[in-house]
Design a protein around this ligand. Structure first.
Ligand code: F6P
Length: 509
């Protein structure tokens, strides 16, 4: 499969010229005034998600060039290689096959996937039916925490068993110490979620949870501990016999569809989890088969490249206007920045252009009363991504229309601005936003929304020529922390830089 880095395609120079000629002067208000069909032209239906892209600084000519860029980079072949299970994670020689986890078609290589899913869901159902179990504690970090936690919160309206779900990720003992007093050993199940079963935060929390369980008189670890991991041997060595596996071709930040999703299945049930997978699969099929010009992950990913590499915007803000989606920004931070926060291409060559934007955000309307000031009047332009849900699942009168009015108003205000000669009350406008609209927040629509985000990250990473599926950047800190942990005990500061040595001495004093 031949990939061409975006800056080495013939059309890249055309795009640079187009940006210089018109792109950098693009005004959204003029664009709408000149094109009555703009909303339709820049809207996109995809499974469970309607996207209004029209408030972005793009016209049909630019989008056509960006689509050519995608073709010249070999995006379709790269995408197909991912779906085929080729080892596109080239620095680790691994396939990137999270799409297989949500593919209902039965093929020989999928037998183990479906058998594991069936076993995991049967376990989830047995736990749901077990009234003696009141609390479930997921111990995991990164991809072994963010996806399940985000989804359990997002699908709270579908959680029927009334079990209390807890998520412990940080090695900071304050987190686990705050949860343990709420638990009773006999009515708690600990899920130790770690792809590698070596991550120090998770192992430390798991050891402490086990010690607490035994100290409380707990005996039946097979009943009260389960491991979700690719490293079943390490889980067994830890003393856990109830295990649900997955495979090295499931990346940590793409793993909520695997056994790592067990907390979701416990919360919403087996059918709910299958619906989540089905929603994601519908988006996979859209990404795999829709023409590039009407392919939502492709159109979003191309906008990401246009903003990062031509406009030079360095961040993107996500504002979910649904409080159940409050952990979506944190989840997307790992997805975007651990995947595409790379400074070399897949061959190891330094890149002459920017990659992952900083991704950040809070649920609306809270963000409006915190940092939206900067979005409207700050010196930097931050492309916004609004997520709204048409249907409310509460009966409180008045709230939902007010929420929807706010999300529409913010997108409108960013674009139209407001002239004021005094300066302080002037809103420049022309600030771009994407508007993602779900009819309802359900397991299926959440699955589709998350798969959409996975694939848009794939698209920009593909064009940038990087390997979006490794994360070597997290390794150095892990190694140094081990060294410093020993030095904190011994007081040895030899060979350390002056700052680290000074701080270490202060912490020991
Ligand atoms: O350190 C980063 C990372 O490897 C993430 O990619 C991953 O999601 C997280 O740590 C947790 O890893 P594990 O599931 O192996 O404990």
């Amino acid at each position: 499969m031949a990939r061409t880095r975006c800056d080495r395609t013939p059309v890249w120079h055309q795009l640079l010229a187009a940006f210089d000629a018109t792109g950098k002067h693009f005004d959204l208000r003029t664009a709408f005034a000149q094109d009555a069909g703009r909303f339709t032209r820049f809207s996109q239906e995809a499974p469970y998600v309607f996207a209004d892209l029209s408030k972005n600084r793009i016209d049909a000519d630019t989008e056509a060039l960006l689509l050519t860029l995608a073709s010249q980079c070999g995006l379709e072949a790269h995408r197909d290689a991912m779906f085929a299970g080729d080892a596109i994670n080239s620095t680790e020689q691994r396939a990137v096959w999270h799409t297989l986890l949500r593919n209902p078609a039965v093929a020989p290589e999928q037998a183990k996937v479906h058998a594991t899913l069936d076993a995991m869901l049967a376990y989830a159902e047995s736990l749901r039916a077990d009234s003696a179990i009141t609390d479930v504690v997921n111990i995991g970090i990164g991809g072994s925490d963010l996806g399940p936690q985000m989804a359990v919160l997002a699908l709270d309206a579908f959680a029927t068993t009334g079990k209390r779900m807890h998520f412990v990720s940080n090695v900071d003992g304050h987190e686990l110490a705050a949860v343990l007093p709420k638990l009773k050993a006999g009515s708690t199940v600990f899920l130790i979620a770690s792809k590698t079963f070596t991550t120090i935060e998770t192992m430390t929390n798991a050891q402490s949870a086990k010690a607490w369980f035994l100290a409380q008189g707990g005996t039946d670890t097979a009943r009260h501990f389960a491991a979700l991991t690719t490293n079943v041997a390490a889980a067994n060595a830890f003393g856990i016999t109830t295990t649900f596996g997955f495979w090295d071709w499931v990346g940590g930040r793409y793993s909520m569809w695997s056994a790592i999703g067990l907390p979701i299945a416990i919360a919403i049930g087996a059918q709910g989890f299958r619906d989540l997978l089905a929603g994601a699969h519908a988006m996979d099929e859209h990404f795999r088969t829709a023409p590039l010009a009407s392919n939502l992950p492709v159109r979003l990913g191309l906008l990401d490249v246009w903003y990062r590499n031509f406009h030079g915007f360095t961040s993107r803000s996500i504002a979910p206007y649904h409080s159940a989606l409050r952990r979506l920004p944190a989840y997307l931070q790992q997805l975007e920045m651990e995947s595409n926060g790379k400074r070399v291409d897949a061959s190891g060559e330094a890149l002459p252009f920017g990659t992952a934007p900083v991704l950040w955000g809070e649920p609306g309307t809270n963000g409006q009363h915190a940092y939206f000031q900067m979005l409207h009047q700050g010196t930097d332009v931050v492309p916004m991504e609004f997520v709204a849900v048409k249907k409310a699942r509460h009966a409180l009168p008045g709230h939902h229309p007010l929420l929807l009015a706010n999300v529409l108003a913010q997108a409108q205000a960013l674009m139209v601005g407001k002239a004021d000669s005094g300066g302080h009350k002037n809103f420049p406008g022309n600030r771009p936003s994407t508007f993602l609209l779900l009819d309802d927040l359900t397991p299926a629509s959440l699955g589709a929304l998350i798969a959409l985000q996975e694939h848009r990250v794939f698209v920009s990473g593909s064009l940038w020529g990087i390997n979006s599926f490794d994360q070597w950047g997290v390794e150095l800190g892990k190694v140094l922390a081990k060294d410093i942990e020993a030095r904190l005990a011994s007081g040895d500061v030899s060979g350390l830089d002056g700052s680290t040595a000074g701080l270490l001495a202060r912490l020991r004093a």
